[in-house]
Design a protein. Structure first.
Length: 92
């Protein structure tokens, strides 16, 4: 199981690489590890909605989310934020 990097880890401050081919072997491997890490965390702690690839050591623009639906986790590749609010909150 990959180690989950915690807040303050400098690797989490780097700009991640864009994914050009979601079927690339390295991307498929990272996606598998990402889903395993999220499932393991949820099974161990009883909560957790999402995890980003840099949190497990893959410098890729990819995240896995599990919002409790019947199909379980899904993957977002190259997500982009838009229409950002000036208000900020911190969640732990």
């Amino acid at each position: 199981m990959p180690t989950i990097r915690l807040a303050g880890d400098e690797a989490l401050c780097r700009v991640s690489a864009r994914i050009d081919d979601i079927n690339d072997a390295a991307v498929v491997h990272a996606r598998r590890e990402l889903h395993q890490a999220l499932a393991h965390f949820r099974a161990t702690h009883g909560f957790g909605r999402g995890i980003a690839a840099p949190q497990i050591g893959h410098n890729l623009r990819m995240l896995a989310l599990n919002l409790g639906g019947p199909r379980g986790a899904f993957t977002m590749h190259n997500p982009e934020l838009f229409n950002l609010s000036p208000r900020m909150i911190t969640m732990w």
